[in-house]
Design a protein around this ligand. Structure first.
Ligand code: G16
Length: 547
């Protein structure tokens, strides 16, 4: 493409998606995320970048997802998906940030400069898949993405409203047809098909019951489960709540993030004691479970629990089929200390700790033959190396009868896993299968270990980037004195641990604390929040200590 045709890049920007805000915006934990009204020019420019990226990848398809996932309704966001269905390569985040922030007048020259820098052959075809969540601002932003793609003569394909993981899956399939068919129906056939196959072989028994309540966060995940529900027959009876009607607002007092952070049951669900409930987030990429006991006390089964359940079930199948494969688990600093202890000491599974953000966990999990990665907030999946898949396939074909059976189950388990990214729907089927195979209800699942009480808080500061961290975010390196203060505070608590980090999706500093009692965890988190407020330029009202 000769440089003169880049003029259309400017023309589209000026006429349809002008940059109207001077606020600097950064490609964060999961792409750009802010108030929806500040995003149109950013999304348009990501349409441009997706075309350039596609050409650098020899015309392979790139994805653009319009979503702010767990954030509240007024926010929105955009992130790019790489050809294997993974998050955008990290070295391109700086390029994305640069392109998002230049003035309209400099957009044409910056685009040209980026094309040169990354050595994109603009004569190649380029393909971009575009999906969006249910936010009312999403269609307009999706249209901006389409314009960006067209401006650089790429081919956009719109998927409408899909979960984030469905789009990741479709991108992967488009570039690798051995993975599946790149459509929403293809996704259901693969994931739900494998679930039904596996469940035909597993008798329902013990404490496991086939009824599952689901809190859909008033987002897209619940809507897609409503489609899937009809095809599940007797295998799983989904009772769906918070599907977006009746005035329910996206992620507001419901959904995985609310349940995990507030440690409260969501509104909109009619609870029954001991009934297990799965809570999804707004774009269907996170899931946590919980139940209320007969005193209405909530018991949370978060991402750490899901990880331990999946890791132990896969380990059980591996040993039953006699496969020698290295399984490891990846967590972040948010993982409950008790879960890490259980995994390393009881399950004897190695654990890697990395920075927050699925992209970091995903890469670390690739170091294992089978890598189970989960953030405590319920974002995660399982990755199986080619070596692992081939080893299990061989046993399924050539092993002893019992080994063949376990290897067969494991192959279906792999088929049911969305390996491109954390996926609430795929994870739901993985959890339900493991529980069914073990004849366990949520109570038995809960008995594996006892969580240390914990608390998360948010503090608003002038500039959250004033906080820097190291050692997988467990140690704060600036502002000066904050880490020393945190250590002093932590030393006053039995089993105390605390850390702080700037959020990559909200304009806040996150505080995490755990200790031997809930009261201590609450107090420690509030003290650390005060330290952040004092030393990192807090704004608004001071965080309060619990009464
Ligand atoms: C995104 C990321 C997750 C991360 C979460 C919170 O989730 O994909 O990896 O844990 O944001 O990040 P932070 O603490 O930096 O705000 P989601 O579900 O919102 O896309």
């Amino acid at each position: 493409m000769p440089p003169s045709s880049l003029r259309v890049v400017y023309a589209f920007a000026r006429e349809m998606h002008p940059k109207t805000s001077e606020v600097f915006i950064q490609y964060g934990t999961a792409g750009f995320r802010t108030k929806a009204n500040l995003l149109e020019h950013v999304v348009y420019r990501m349409g441009l970048l997706a075309v350039i990226r596609s050409r650098v990848k020899n015309g392979r398809t790139i994805g653009i997802m319009i979503t702010a996932s767990h954030n509240l309704e007024p926010d929105n966001g955009v992130k790019l998906i790489d050809p294997d269905g993974e998050m955008l390569e990290q070295s391109w985040e700086e390029i994305a940030t640069r392109l998002a922030n230049v003035s309209d007048n400099d957009l044409e020259s910056t685009t040209e400069q980026i094309i040169k820098e990354v050595n994109a052959d603009m004569a190649l075809k380029a393909s971009v898949f575009i999906g969006m969540d249910t936010r009312y601002t999403s269609p307009r932003l999706a249209a901006a993405a389409v314009h960006g793609v067209i401006a650089l003569k790429g081919t956009p394909k719109e998927f409408g409203i899909v979960t984030t993981p469905i789009l990741h899956y479709c991108v992967r399939c488009r570039n690798d047809n051995t993975y599946g068919t790149p459509t929403e129906e293809g996704y259901y056939e693969k994931i739900v098909g494998a679930f039904k196959n596996i469940r035909e072989k597993l008798p329902v028994g013990g404490e496991y019951t086939t009824t599952l309540y689901v809190d859909g966060a008033n987002g897209v995940g619940g809507k897609k489960l409503n489609i899937i529900k009809k095809s599940l027959g007797d295998e799983l009876d989904l009772v769906l709540y918070n599907l977006g009607g009746n005035g329910g607002k996206l992620n507001l007092n419901c959904g995985a993030d609310f349940v995990k952070v507030s440690q409260q049951a969501p509104v909109g669900v009619e609870h029954k004691p001991w009934q297990r409930v799965a809570s999804l987030d707004g774009d269907g990429d996170r899931i946590v479970y919980y139940y209320l006991d007969d005193k209405e006390k909530m018991h949370l089964l978060d991402g750490d629990r899901i990880a331990t359940l999946l890791a132990s079930y896969i380990t059980q199948l591996l040993s039953a089929c006699g496969a020698q494969l290295r399984l490891g688990l990846v967590q972040t600093a948010y993982a409950n200390g008790a879960s890490t202890q259980y995994i390393t000491q009881q399950l004897k599974v190695p654990v890697t700790c990395v920075k927050t953000g699925v992209k970091h966990l995903h890469h670390a999990a690739q170091a294992y033959d089978i890598g189970v990665y989960f953030e405590a907030n319920g974002h995660g999946t399982v990755l199986y190396s080619e070596n692992a898949k081939n080893t299990i396939k061989k046993i399924a074909e050539e092993g002893e009868v019992e080994q063949r059976k376990s290897a067969g189950l494991l192959l279906q388990y792999i088929e049911m896993t969305n390996e491109t990214v954390g996926d609430a729907l795929s994870d739901l089927f993985l959890v339900e299968t493991a529980l069914c195979a073990r004849g366990q209800g949520a109570r038995q699942w809960m008995q594996a270990y006892t969580d240390l009480p914990c608390r998360q808080l948010k503090v608003t500061v002038q500039d959250r980037n004033a906080i820097s961290t190291t050692d997988a975010e467990r140690v704060c390196t600036s502002p000066e004195g904050l880490q020393t203060r945190i250590e002093e505070l932590v030393s006053g608590y039995s089993s105390g641990r605390a850390f702080v980090r700037p959020s990559g999706t909200e304009d806040v500093v996150r505080v995490y604390a755990e200790a031997d009692t809930q009261q201590s965890a609450d107090k420690l988190s509030a003290e650390v929040a005060q330290a952040v407020f004092d030393l990192a330029g807090g704004v608004g009202s001071r965080p309060e200590l619990p009464a």
